[in-house]
Design a protein around this ligand. Structure first.
Ligand SMILES: Nc1ncnc2c1ncn2[C@@H]1O[C@H](COP(=O)(O)OP(=O)(O)OP(=O)(O)O)[C@@H](O)[C@H]1O
Ligand SMILES: [Mg+2]
Length: 241
């Protein structure tokens, strides 16, 4: 059996407990869930917990303007009162839609070229800020820029290669549209896949669940575990011990 990779703490305590320490350094992890499942908040909390520990994190949003995104985050994570300070100190850097939409336009009419341009924009921001944690929210919006699925898969692979080369540990969100999870092709190339689902089809009685489908280089439970979003962040009902 291969030895476990070097684990780094996410500092989201329930995730670290679930993983027996943290995530393998340099993992590129997909966080997939339905609308309102908590993708944006969990991804932001990942940067927040790193920033509290001196790690620089960049949040690239492809669907929300920075001001609105931040207002929603601060309203939801109301117990995390130093978010503005961490942003002022450039420990958390946010590029909202008003900026990320220009990343694509730097290319020409050719989609391929525009996408390649977008990736190099991400790369240079990661370099400029010396970030070690990256969030891309969400891949579903990036996919809208590409019409050909083969092209999209190639470009999605180059995104992964670039993130790997930058030695960052990333959370990349993506939307799930159906109740029963169907793996999309691109999920196979990522190091990790976390699903946010509901434990039944009945909207009123169903509970949200957190499931680590895969995470290369880590041992983890495989089944769905109930979780809650709270004003101090993610709480997964991990049994102690
Ligand atoms: N303090 C809180 N306590 C409990 N639930 C909360 C709290 N703050 C936010 N929520 C819930 O979190 C959800 C929003 O989370 P978030 O924006 O991260 O979801 P998302 O998966 O990114 O959604 P979308 O697909 O729309 O982008 C809402 O359903 C909201 O009710
Ligand atoms: Mg979101």
């Amino acid at each position: 059996m291969a030895s476990m990779a070097n684990l780094i703490k996410t500092n989201i305590s329930s995730i670290d407990r679930l993983l027996g320490g943290g995530v393998p350094a340099g993992s590129q992890i997909i966080l997939a869930g339905g609308p309102g499942s908590g993708k944006t908040l969990i991804a932001f909390e990942y940067l927040y917990r790193g920033a509290k520990n001196g790690e620089i994190g960049i949040f690239f949003s492809f669907n929300e303007d920075t001001a609105l995104l931040l207002r929603g985050i601060k309203d939801s994570l109301s117990e995390l009162t130093d978010i503005d300070q961490l942003i002022a100190d450039k420990k958390i850097v946010i590029f909202g839609y008003e900026e990320t939409k220009t990343f694509m336009q730097k290319g020409s009419e050719s989609t391929n070229y525009a996408f390649t341009g977008m990736i190099s924009q991400l790369q240079s921001r990661i370099d400029d800020y010396h970030a070690t944690r990256v969030v891309i929210d969400s891949l579903s919006y990036i996919r809208l820029y590409s019409k050909d699925p083969f092209e999209y898969r190639n470009l999605s692979t180059s995104l992964l290669v670039i993130l790997g080369r930058q030695h960052v540990t990333s959370i990349i969100t993506t939307e799930l549209h159906s109740h029963s999870f169907e793996p999309q092709q691109e999920f196979y190339i990522y190091d990790g896949l976390i699903l946010l689902e509901r434990d039944s089809q009945d909207e009123r009685s169903s509970k949200p669940t957190f499931q680590i489908v895969k995470l290369r280089g880590a041992s983890h439970p495989h089944g769905p575990i109930p979780y809650q979003l709270t004003s101090s962040g993610l709480k997964i009902n991990v049994s102690e011990g």
